[in-house]
Design a protein around this ligand. Structure first.
Ligand code: ZN
Length: 304
């Protein structure tokens, strides 16, 4: 497992170069650096947070994200359409599906329509209870829980919008691999760091402390390969990378260095959003001063 806070999460190189600072309400401090690896072009939070810092960041951010009890996010049709595009050719009756980081379990109804058996891993107790109530099986709170009996059990594992949050994405993928049946399929999706919107800001919105990694397609494939996967299909159009993987190795995969193109793209987005970001940073700074009692105790728990 990668334990060094200043080491690249993709190639494990130690030659990281600071690109800029993000500014966020949810960070331990208002600013946190983002760096690029000179050896592979991967972009990540710098330094990496430790477990305690990151759990505080997550609690601040996700504490505001989910809707109150019993309500489902009404905007699930788009996510369901994407799931259908990727997985419909592979679905058949009786498959065991694992949805990691299932959230409110919006995918449960989709898989049930296809007569598949739905299992979930979900950390938030209220959400996992809602999944159970609707007939899903929750097997754990975390990918790293001891879930004996489910090794190599699942025909399809859904791992959407999680890998970019992992302090050790390589260990996470290795763990996912253990759940997968030898012929099983992993549906991995991450935000595309080579194509994204800065409509709400670059340093103040796109870059955010809950995201540890900013993957381009080549580097997420490299990481998956090193964790024992080969790509069946990879789509990089739009702001999301959607990748279908199977266990195995991809001998044809070459490791490129995306340093120049990723640095150029991020610097370009920095300049494009400069005025908007500066305005947001001033507002954010004033808000953090106004609410300094929340942040004054540093790593201690917030008292809402
Ligand atoms: Zn690297």
């Amino acid at each position: 497992m990668n334990t060094c806070k200043n080491r690249c999460l993709v190639c494990e190189g130690e030659s990281l170069e600071v690109l800029c600072r993000m500014a966020s309400w949810y960070g331990i401090k208002m600013f946190h650096k983002v760096a690029i690896c000179r050896d592979c072009g991967h972009i990540q939070a710098y330094p990496l947070f430790d477990e305690k810092e990151y759990s505080i960041v997550n609690r601040r951010f996700f504490g505001r994200k989910y809707l109150p009890d019993g309500q489902q996010n009404p905007d699930n049709s788009k996510k369901e359409r994407k799931l259908n595009e990727q997985l419909s050719p592979y679905l058949r009756e009786g498959l065991n599906i694992l949805d990691i980081g299932a959230g409110e379990g919006w995918a449960l109804d989709y898989f049930r329509k296809h007569d598949c058996r739905y299992f979930a891993i979900e950390a938030v107790a209220r959400l996992s209870e809602a999944i159970r109530t609707r007939g899903g099986t929750v097997i754990g709170e975390s990918l790293f829980d001891d879930v004996r009996g489910y090794e190599h059990f699942f025909d399809i594992v859904v791992f959407r919008a999680i890998l970019e949050h992992m302090l050790s994405p390589s260990a996470a993928l290795s763990r996912v691999r253990r759940f997968l049946h030898p012929d099983g399929l992993l549906y991995l999706s991450v935000p595309n760091a080579a194509n994204f919107s800065i409509r709400k800001g670059f340093r103040t919105s796109y870059l955010r402390p809950v995201h540890i990694s900013y993957f381009c397609e080549g580097n997420v494939l490299r990481l998956a390969h090193s964790a024992g996967f080969r790509a069946v299909r990879s789509q990089s159009s739009g702001a999301e990378l959607s990748i279908l993987l199977k266990r195995g190795s991809d001998k044809g995969l070459k490791n490129h260095n995306y340093y120049a193109q990723q640095k150029h793209f991020f610097r370009q987005q920095y300049r494009r959003a400069f005025v908007r970001d500066t305005f947001q940073i001033v507002r954010l700074y004033a808000a953090r001063i106004r609410h300094r009692h929340i942040f004054a105790d540093g790593l201690n728990e917030e008292k809402d």
